[in-house]
Unconditional design. Structure first.
Lengths: 738, 239
């Protein structure tokens, strides 16, 4: 059959390239393999060239992008591994199964470099749950999917972020990141370097689920998306747990595994071609040896199936080779089959009963030609800035209580209580306690973890908005007392063939890359997801770059949470507030009175680095007992969250806060970057340390009482009981969901 | 004292339990694979069934593990009076195997819940509470979807009369209020024991609360539960 009749995702130009390179017409199996491997999902053909802008090296980087997981040295022979995945399309169609298998995939990536998954982080985007029953259904089932899978495999879900915006109504985003822990000496790569080694497929059987999943992920969602449910894989956390336990036992016993690769998007096609291409070898595989769930599957279906819970091992051949590995697999009841061997000829040779059914150069399969899409800056903002109507300005108290009950800001306890965040005995700072989660490491140090995004700001200003995600994630990690050491990113947008969408994507990427360079933060891995739009309405999601940052703290005494700790403590605001209301929560909630502001938060990585260092110094000197970053909802929401967490009120004079804003509401709720709120017993010493560091700051008030009392010099702005704030903040999401 | 921690396929708190036991001087824990004959060879002063999702909770939580050969061995030891503790999924297995009364139903919220709770010690005659005092309030986390203890009315009254309730959820001052009951469990029950007192099941995880660093309140209360194994009780020191 000719390529044009196979319903492939390849373009006419790509089809021509394949024919030319191969010098013949590929058969159906070969076309399907190339189709899966050249999909956007597997090949990064629209982004690979640009991703070179990211700084990827650093003194702690052991393994950067291009492998299953980034690897970072945390000292004493230990490494932390990082990976991020999304399962947006599957979750939009089948939220429970899609979210579950998203976790399954990211766990395998961490496992395939021979590290133990120790923490999961979920970054989720939905439509407005106040208005949409569909979005509530998606949220409920995505959370249940994550919980059922993560809880069962025994990996704690320790941090995350959720944002609600109308643009995600039909296309929710489900990002899952995993952090692993291993020994530097035990790392295994996804490479097949030695001809003669044998290829062993272990874990789940191969079925028809997830056929063409990578191709599905590389196009826009259709109106009848429900009919694509067979493209969603079937989760089996129990098999994953057995895979995990057996592989970790093999690693601990130093079983001789030469290479390891998870089967994710593109299934066997991707795994086989990548181990060969990375190792500079080829493979010769008998597809009849693959264990099948349905016995009438064709070679093509076997090659592109994305059935879950499968891994490919490269083991030494010969008598006794891999015996220790096999005995552990048998103990755990993990099925395995030897499917082929590594060859010196750099080709992917597939057989069916001995007869060759596909024979392709491995490099042709893995090196999809890059696409340089045209891009264009949108000529003018679609919504013209409109000035505010001060006469309709909400009262500060009403604005505060409205923001605290906005699902974007309200407590996410309803979500994180469904996740086991304790298993593994490493969680020291838990969800809800601080700006980032903190896990203890076996060498006595502590790892801070946080994922952040801000799609509203990334949509208003794609460059600064994306840089701002990195800035916020770094602040969150610093707020718990850790120094940021590495990042994995995820860039998500609509259809790249739309020049305006692609322009925003480029700006997102440039913004993140520039910020990371200035801040000295290496990017050790990442992911790109296009086609997040709804073909029925032609509406793309807001561009949604995500930054997951990990940081290192040296000792327990250097960890901080956000709760106010003691009445009488001085409250210090660090960093300047500017009238940057575009994309802010206040503007979204009060569009009439706030108008459509033109300026969104700008970023200054150099200044932020200075501020972050100053905060770590304050913590190091023991001068502050509570630290919180200022982000969504701005300064006043930060004060409210510290008060609610500590069950302690505060008095603060907003006129004292460093600010270039004309209106009090702007000082209170602008979401300018580079700011923290800290509290400690000796306000003068805090101020003096910040002055020494050259960082803008002001002592604005004191902790104490049962209310948050805000003034502007002598005039009283608001006094809100901590109990009222707590009620709004804690009840908002349960009231919508239960 | 040598303590066997049984690992089923799908157990996920087994290594945590091992780590917690290792922090207690005088306890030597062994991780015992469910098909391993080590349990039968004896020499264990106690057996612990850790939490997780043994056999993926297929059929019902704990149902398949309860009928495994390993549990036949645990039953023989329990009958001889050897202390047996089941935590979370381990409690579910003990209930399914008939070593403990009752059933653990889906939480009243119909959701999995992970949070730190307070529990009050109700009974100090078990080997896992002998180091505690009656009415003592401990802080330990729960993490489960099926932990609502249930017994028909008459049997529940019997259980209470026999003093078989080992722990109840309470507030920080020890009051058993509806607000401190996280799962809708009857009589705020968080843990029970058999009539003889040597078999104990509890939903909260002592192994997750065995170190001050891991407890939000800084109290290593879980260690007190586990180290009770070493406490002289009834004038007899357990070997």
């Amino acid at each position: 059959m000719k390529a044009e009749q196979l319903g492939l995702g390849l373009t006419a130009q790509e089809i021509a390239t394949v024919r030319k390179s191969l010098g013949r017409e590929p058969n159906e199996t070969e076309w399907s393999i190339i189709d899966a491997e050249w999909s956007e999902h597997s090949s990064y053909k629209s982004s690979r060239g640009l991703l070179k802008l990211f700084p990827t090296t650093g003194k702690r980087v052991v393994l950067g992008p291009g492998y299953d997981a980034g690897v970072v040295d945390v000292g004493d022979g230990y490494v932390v591994t990082l990976h991020i995945e999304s399962h947006n399309h599957p979750s939009a169609v089948d939220p429970y199964g899609g979210a579950s298998t998203g976790i399954g995939g990211v766990l395998r990536d961490i496992l395939s470099v021979a590290s133990r998954p120790i923490a999961l982080v979920d970054i989720l985007r939905f439509g407005l749950i106040e208005k949409s029953g569909h979005s509530r259904w998606l949220l409920k089932n995505v959370v249940r999917g994550i919980a059922d899978y993560g809880n069962c495999v025994g990996v704690p879900t320790v941090a995350g972020e959720i944002e609600f915006d109308d643009s995600f109504e039909r296309n929710c985003l489900v990002d899952v990141a995993c952090v692993g822990l291993g020994r530097k000496d035990d790392l295994i790569l996804g490479e097949a370097k030695a001809p003669g080694d044998v290829l062993v497929l272990i874990g789940g059987s191969t079925g028809r689920d997830g056929i063409k999943g990578a191709t599905f992920a590389s196009k826009n969602l259709k109106e009848d998306a429900a009919s694509e449910r067979s493209s969603v894989q079937v989760p089996d956390p129990f098999m994953k747990k057995l895979l995990l336990d057996s592989l970790l036992e093999i690693v601990a016993k130093h079983g001789e595994v030469r290479g390891m690769k998870d089967l994710g998007g593109g299934g066997l096609s991707t795994a086989l071609s990548e181990v060969a291409s990375k190792g500079g070898t080829g493979v010769d595989v008998e597809l009849k040896r693959v264990r099948l769930r349905e016995d009438d599957m064709s070679p093509t279906e076997i090659m592109i199936s994305e059935s879950q819970e499968r891994m490919l091992l490269v083991l030494p051949s010969g008598p006794g080779g891999g015996k220790d590995v096999i005995s552990v697999l048998e103990k755990y009841g993990v099925p395995y089959s030897v499917i082929g061997k590594v060859t010196s000829s750099p080709r992917l040779v597939l057989r069916w009963d001995g007869k060759v059914v596909a024979d392709l150069p491995s490099s042709l399969v893995t090196d999809a030609p890059l696409i340089d899409w045209p891009y264009k800056k949108p000529s003018a903002s679609r919504v013209a800035p409109r000035s505010a109507l001060p006469e309709d300005e909400p009262r500060l108290k009403d604005a505060l209580l409205t923001l605290l009950s906005s699902p974007n800001i309200a407590s996410k306890r309803w979500v994180y209580q469904q996740y086991d965040h304790e298993v593994g005995l490493r969680t020291v700072v838990r969800p809800g306690q601080a700006d980032a989660a903190v896990m203890r490491l076996p060498n006595g140090r502590f790892l801070a973890i946080k994922g952040d995004g801000n799609s509203r700001q990334a949509s208003v200003d794609p460059y600064a908005g994306a840089a701002g995600c990195v800035a916020e994630a770094c602040r969150n990690v610093v707020a718990v007392g850790a120094e940021p050491i590495a990042l994995v990113d995820h860039l998500q947008s609509g259809d790249p063939s739309d020049p305006e969408v692609y322009w925003a994507f480029r700006e997102n990427l440039r913004g993140m890359a520039d910020y990371c360079k200035s801040f000295g933060l290496p990017v050790v891995g990442g992911k790109v997801s296009f086609y997040n739009e709804d073909s029925a309405t032609g509406r793309a999601i807001k561009p949604s770059p995500i930054a997951l940052v990990v940081g290192l703290a040296q000792e327990e005494s250097g960890l901080r949470t956000m709760a106010f700790k003691a009445a009488g403590d001085s409250i210090v605001v660090v960093g300047e507030t500017r009238p940057e209301m575009a994309g802010s929560e206040l503007s979204a909630r009060f569009p009439k009175s706030m108008g459509v502001p033109s300026r969104s938060p700008r970023v200054d990585a150099q200044q932020d680095l200075k501020t972050c260092r100053a905060i770590l110094k304050l913590i190091g000197k023991g001068l502050v007992d509570a630290v919180h970053d200022c982000s969504s909802g701005g300064l006043v929401v930060a004060l409210a969250e510290m008060a609610v967490s500590g069950s302690l009120g505060a008095k603060a004079d907003l006129a004292l806060a460093p600010s270039t804003c004309r209106r009090t509401l702007e000082t209170a709720f602008s979401e300018s970057h580079g700011r923290f709120v800290v509290s400690g017993g000796d306000g003068a010493a805090i101020a003096s340390s910040l002055r020494g560091a050259g960082v803008t700051h002001a002592v604005v008030g004191k902790v104490g009482g049962a209310s948050l009392s805000l003034t502007a010099r002598r005039s009283r702005l608001a006094s809100v009981p901590v109990s009222s704030m707590r009620a709004r903040w804690e009840r908002a999401i349960p009231e919508l969901m239960d | 004292m040598r303590v066997a921690v049984i690992r089923f396929p799908g157990s996920n708190c087994d290594l945590d339990m091992m780590a917690a036991l290792k922090t207690i001087k005088g306890i030597e824990p062994d991780l015992v694979w469910h098909e391993d004959a080590a349990l039968g060879r004896g020499g264990y002063g106690a057996v612990i069934l850790p939490g997780g999702f043994a056999f993926a909770d297929r059929l019902r939580a704990g149902a398949i593990a309860a009928n495994s050969p390993a549990m036949a061995g645990v039953k023989r030891l329990a009958d001889r009076g050897v202390p047996v503790l089941g935590v979370c999924n381990g409690f579910q297995i003990l209930v399914e195997s008939g070593l403990l009364p009752g059933a653990l139903l889906r939480n009243s919220t119909l959701k999995f819940v992970c949070k730190w709770t307070h529990v009050r010690v109700e009974n100090t005659r078990t080997p896992f509470t002998s180091g505690l005092s009656e009415g003592q309030v401990l802080s330990m986390p729960i993490a489960h979807g099926e932990g609502r203890f249930f017994l028909p009315h008459a049997e529940l009254a019997e259980l209470e009369k026999n003093g078989q309730v080992a722990f109840r959820y309470c507030d920080s001052s020890g009051r058993t209020t509806p607000g401190s009951n996280p799962t809708g469990t009857l009589h705020n029950i968080a843990g029970v024991c058999n009539k003889a007192g040597n078999v104990v099941g509890l939903m909260p995880h002592p192994e997750r609360a065995a170190e001050a660093l891991l407890s939000p309140l800084g109290h290593p209360d879980g260690a007190l539960v586990l180290s009770s194994l070493l406490v002289r009780s009834g004038g007899r020191r357990r070997a």
